[in-house]
Design a protein around this ligand. Structure first.
Ligand code: HPA
Length: 268
């Protein structure tokens, strides 16, 4: 796999005319951030050697390079979800390539179901920590580089969390903070599962992010993540959820998430 990572990074380096140290995984809520990238150039996933190909509707797959404010950035439009059938190695391959390209900080977003009774639909949650409930670990197997037993005591950068809270306050945007639990999906949770995750210490549950964040930590890439609470897994407030409703709830608060991320990336 190390050979593949190096081959992919080399392919990209030969086509890159910037040297970004910041990467963004454009998950739910950050789709419109692409409109703000200037001096843009793009590479389709299908043209990149060894890259998995994104399949989910509404997630076109490409890497976008350019500037966001004053920063050179690299953005992933379309991520690889475990529920799509990719292996953990495939889901996290782009993050390993990022490391090879010199990325130092990774920004991620997602949608999730709130298990915290104080949350409301449409809340933005700064991810302070996570619980890995995926059935397979992305670092299982031969240790390619770095620590065999990586530390995860600050999986999400405290410094970036503090800055994000300052920015939200300045802009008058309400933000929650909490623990994101990553599960394989593709089912949403049963009421009993939401309850269990809440008891375990999760404030929100979703189907992404955790694998990428684990690999980023292994690579010593700093992480900041935010989640949009698109539905509630709270007793008495649980209603039927659909992908469309998740998208709709996310679209409504997308401008606020984008505003915080844009400013944080500039200041980071
Ligand atoms: N559960 C899991 N993933 C999700 C949810 C949820 O309730 N909402 C959005 N993504």
């Amino acid at each position: 796999m190390l050979e593949k990572i190096k081959e992919t990074a080399l392919f990209l380096k030969e086509r890159m005319n910037t040297s970004p140290e910041t990467a963004i995984i454009l998950g739910t809520g950050l789709g419109r951030l692409v409109d703000e990238i200037t001096e843009k150039y793009e590479i389709q996933y299908e043209d990149i050697p060894n890259f998995p190909i994104s399949t989910v509707e509404g997630h076109s797959g490409k890497l976008i390079f350019g500037k966001l404010g004053n920063k050179d950035i690299m953005a992933m439009q379309g991520r690889f979800h475990y529920y799509e059938g990719y292996s953990m190695q495939e889901c996290t391959f782009p993050v390993r390539v990022m490391k090879e390209l010199g990325i130092k900080t990774l920004f991620v977003s997602n949608a999730s179901g709130g298990t915290n009774a104080n949350f409301e639909i449409g809340d933005l949650m700064i991810i302070t920590d996570h619980i890995n409930y995926f059935p397979e670990h992305p670092l299982r197997g031969k240790n390619l580089y770095g620590d065999r037993f990586p530390d995860m005591s600050e999986a999400y950068s405290k410094e970036l969390i503090t800055k994000a809270k300052e920015i939200a306050k300045e802009k008058g945007i309400k933000v929650q903070e909490g623990v994101y639990l990553g599960t394989q999906g593709p089912t949403f949770e049963t009421p009993a599962e939401y309850k269990m995750f809440g008891i375990w210490g999760a404030d929100a549950v979703g189907m992404s992010t955790v694998p990428e964040v684990i690999v980023a930590n292994h690579c010593k890439i700093k992480v900041f993540g935010m989640s949009i609470i698109t539905d509630l897994g709270v007793e008495g407030k649980i209603v039927e959820v659909s992908h469309e409703e998740v998208q709709k709830a996310a679209n409504e608060v997308q401008p606020f998430m984008t505003a915080i991320m844009r400013e944080l990336i500039n200041r980071a």
